[in-house]
Design a protein around this ligand. Structure first.
Ligand SMILES: [Ca+2]
Length: 502
């Protein structure tokens, strides 16, 4: 693809020329020539267990639940690298991090590459992005962009509108919603695709005045793995620096003489209450957006997707943040509303990954999946159909180390029953029996009873790694940090030997 604008011809060539052209025509015809709008709503760090439609026991999200009740809820939606920038690059490209070049937050997204908004633009869609971007380079493929620089601010944020900085008075979640509505109002007479991206509930959790007193008189229950001691796992869990007990955020508020246990409990309440308060504002604003779409007659003509760029630990394992392939961080909420095709209140347990979003959006717009995208359209699943060859395992690869939070690089594979993780810079492994141990507290990797499972899972990891052409697990073994409390595995001899992911 050329570095600047891609042409319609280039797209068609990319898809296989005439065959793709006729497919385009057929798809539009099949939809009666009418193409839906796309509203892709993404929050930053919203864990599934902080949505009531996913069974949250600590908060209510009535407006997000509306999308679930009027559409489909996915119970096994996963990210492929649980981190902000990489997840956003995967959304745009439909590719794993190693293929789109955005493996960690310190990198800059190469905006000259193929993205789904560019393809939509060429197909006549008006494309826009408002809110969180976090890819360093300027957006490409958008007719309109108005983004927060970096992480952005909760109060009186600066936004960059098509290259021009402007301070907005007010609360970021309201502002991003207002600006998104303006884009929709202006473009409602043609098919549009808007990425409506919230900053919340990213760290720095600053609620607005409306929600500041929520949970004021009650404590939020601590999760059952709150006191995890990281025993019986690879050394990576104990080595990570994201414990609630050690959060620097509230140090100034600690009273003299507080015990470590009191500090941990205090930090958790401070953190989780603000986290849920900023989500309450997201929920209100999504409700406002749904009402707005209804008021302009565009609600049922718009495919509405709600998801997050990654999951989050809500005190689970004694942590905040994400990164690990563990369940709380790996899972994301995924809700889709489009009554023309989706049965209200439906639930899908099939495995979908964030690489699938781009192909799915293109599919709804009558466009085929470019052959180099890793994802696959889950539109059939939304219609209640399961393709016979739908995936039954998911590949994951996290890179960023040591900054921030010191989570060791790892790749892994998850199936319905098992999860295998390889911390390849240490050559340490974990295997979890998800049926017996859904909280992932005990790796059974070394248990002889699981020898066959280990063998099968390693073969599956290698198959996926080869399938996605990921050769980025090949690294020099790095020396271990000194043994830490809770780290059960004895330190192996570190060397300069090369290791592979399986
Ligand atoms: Ca994030």
């Amino acid at each position: 693809m050329s570095a600047s604008r891609i042409t319609r011809r280039e797209i068609l060539q990319g898809f296989g020329g005439l065959a793709a052209a006729s497919h385009l025509g057929l798809s539009f015809a099949a939809q009666g020539g009418k193409r839906p709008n796309i509203l892709y709503i993404m929050t930053d760090d919203h864990a599934t267990h902080a949505l009531s439609c996913y069974g949250s026991t600590i908060n209510k999200t009535p407006n997000l639940d509306r999308i679930a009740h009027e559409g489909m809820r996915f119970t096994n939606a996963f990210v492929t690298n649980s981190l902000c920038g990489p997840s956003r690059a995967t959304l745009l490209t439909g590719k794993y991090s190693h293929a789109n070049g955005m493996m960690n937050n310190g990198q800059q997204f190469d905006g000259t590459q193929q993205t789904f908004p560019k393809i939509l633009q060429q197909a006549g869609y008006k494309t826009g992005i408002v809110g969180k971007w976090h890819l360093s380079s300027d957006p490409t493929g958008f007719d309109y962009w108005n983004i927060l620089p970096g992480q952005g601010l909760y109060h009186n944020p600066v936004l960059i509108e098509m290259g021009e900085k402007k301070v907005h008075q007010g609360y970021v979640t309201d502002i991003v919603t207002d600006l998104s509505m303006e884009f929709i109002k202006k473009n409602q007479n043609q098919p549009f695709c808007l990425l409506y991206h919230h900053k919340a509930p990213h760290r720095g959790w600053e609620p607005d005045a409306k929600h500041a007193d929520m949970f004021k008189d009650k404590d939020i229950p601590e999760p059952k793995t709150f006191h995890d001691d990281y025993a019986n796992r690879a050394s990576a869990a104990a080595h990570a620096d994201m414990r609630i007990a050690n959060m620097p955020d509230y140090v100034k508020e600690h009273k003299p003489g507080m015990s470590p246990e009191e500090i941990k409990k205090y930090n958790y309440q401070r953190y989780i209450k603000d986290y849920l308060r900023v989500i309450a504002s997201v929920d209100d604003n999504v409700g406002r957006m749904l009402d707005f779409l209804k008021s302009i007659g565009q609600l049922d003509n718009t495919v509405i997707i709600y998801t997050s760029d990654n999951g989050f630990f809500l005190g689970d394992h004694g942590w905040f943040d994400k990164r690990f392939m563990y369940e709380e961080s790996l899972h994301v909420p995924l809700l889709v509303r489009y009554p023309a095709e989706i049965k209200p209140g439906s639930v899908c347990d099939e495995f979908v990954i964030n690489c699938d979003n781009a192909p799915t959006i293109l599919d709804f717009c009558g466009l085929p999946t470019p052959p180099d995208m890793h994802g696959r359209s889950f539109r059939p699943l939304l219609r209640g159909e399961k393709p016979a060859d739908w995936r039954t395992s998911v590949y994951y690869h996290y890179y960023e180390y040591p900054a921030a939070h010191r989570v060791r690089p790892h790749c892994g594979v998850r199936t319905k029953d098992y999860k295998l993780i390889h911390y390849y810079t240490l050559d340490e492994w974990e295997l979890f029996d998800l049926k017996k141990d859904p909280d992932e507290l005990k790796s059974v990797y070394a248990d002889p009873a699981y020898a066959d499972v280990v063998k099968e899972m390693k073969a599956e990891l290698e198959r996926l790694r080869t399938y996605y052409k990921d050769d980025t697990c090949v690294v020099e073994l790095t020396p271990k940090a000194p043994a830490e409390k809770g780290a059960k595995q004895p330190a192996k001899k570190a060397g300069a030997k090369k290791t592979k992911a399986a």
